[in-house]
Design a protein around this ligand. Structure first.
Ligand SMILES: Cc1ncc(C[n+]2csc(CCOP(=O)(O)OP(=O)(O)O)c2C)c(N)n1
Length: 328
């Protein structure tokens, strides 16, 4: 297990692109909270606090690679090319929703063939063996693709995590496992889930590389993910990355974190906002000004609001389609 603080893997332009993607994700997240409060959208599973590791990991793979994200992976999907309008079609469960045709809750499924995002179920961790299966397929086909698989710390307490990682390790599969470790599985804190909170330590048991990284530190997270993708591409097998992050909001809009987290802890989580941290880093380097960052966020907020207004007016699915593509 190694801890890393490596930086400067990307160019100035690439870092600015990562910043824009994070601003887009925040804009959509904030807009969804408003829509839920207004009774216009049903639900939000917030990705606030996760954006740094999500853009870092997804930017590290290429267009022919696969993404197998967890339900909180909005910024992952944005990096792959999901547009704000497409996301809002999913939020309003419209007929044109490219992710599930209006059949799933927002974030319940990011399945998108065009963007090479694999369909996953909301059964926590069930997508980890699937990611290994996709990577096994890539190995057999020798197509050079790497699979990026993301999940939370709670998912690592499931048997599927062990089966998926063990299989990938045994077969030296081209897959990168990223644990977005926010320290909670809904209301269950990590100390009640595992006696060693460093998920990357388990890599040793599988005979693979494990790395712990501060997932709110975008340049460091990007460097680690890039290295892991290159390792997979060279045929050297999987990497297990433990990205430490803070969950800023409640688990979902159905949850109230004040019931199990102190006010002080929630305030502390908000202080670990990866977007703010990355902005400060870009400002220190002179690559962006505080005004630029504010302008970009305002542009993204306006685009998210317009996308929501547009999507709400789009046609609903027709009743006759309700069972199409459903197996049971
Ligand atoms: C097998 C299974 N058990 C329980 C649930 C209910 N559930 C949905 S999300 C979640 C928490 C998962 O936590 P974690 O993996 O840490 O991800 P996070 O939501 O914190 O990002 C649980 C228990 C589920 N969907 N599937």
């Amino acid at each position: 297990m190694a801890t890393t603080t490596k930086r400067d893997t990307a160019t100035h332009e690439e870092y600015l692109q990562l910043h824009r993607w994070m601003s887009m994700a925040k804009a959509l997240d904030d807009r969804m909270h408003i829509l839920v409060k207004q009774g216009r959208a049903p639900f939000v599973g917030s990705s606030r606090g996760h954006e740094g590791i999500q853009v870092a990991s997804t930017a590290a793979i290429g267009p022919s690679d696969w993404l197998v994200p967890h339900y909180r992976g909005l910024a992952n999907a944005i990096v792959r090319g999901l547009t704000m309008k497409e996301w809002m079609l999913a939020v309003f469960a419209k007929a044109g929703d490219p992710l599930s045709g209006g059949r799933n809750i927002p974030g319940g499924c990011y399945s998108y063939r065009k963007l090479k995002i694999a369909p996953v179920s909301q059964v926590v961790a069930s997508w980890i063996p699937k990611a290994s299966g996709i990577a096994y397929g890539s190995k057999l086909a020798a197509d050079g693709a790497v699979t990026l698989c993301t999940f939370g710390d709670g998912a690592t307490s499931q048997g599927d995590f062990h089966e998926g990682v063990n299989f990938a390790a045994a077969h030296k599969l081209p897959v990168v496992f990223v644990c977005e470790n926010n320290g909670y599985a809904i209301s269950v804190p990590i100390r009640l889930q595992m006696s060693n909170p460093d998920v990357a330590d388990r890599a040793r048991g599988y005979g693979i590389v494990g790395v712990t990284v501060d997932g709110t530190d975008v340049p460091a997270a990007y460097a680690v993910c890039k290295e892991a993708v290159e390792r997979a591409r060279r045929g050297e097998g999987p990497t297990l990355i433990d990205a430490k992050i803070w969950r800023i909001n409640s688990h979902t809009s159905e949850d109230n974190q004040l019931k199990y987290r102190s006010k002080e802890e929630i305030e502390d989580a908000a202080e670990h906002d990866p977007i703010e941290r990355f902005r400060s880093w870009l400002v220190e380097r002179g690559w962006i000004t505080i005004d630029d960052a504010a302008r970009i966020q305002t542009e993204c907020d306006q685009e998210a609001s317009a996308a929501a207004d547009w999507a709400e007016q789009q046609p609903d699915p027709v009743a006759e389609d309700a069972l199409t593509n459903l197996f049971a």
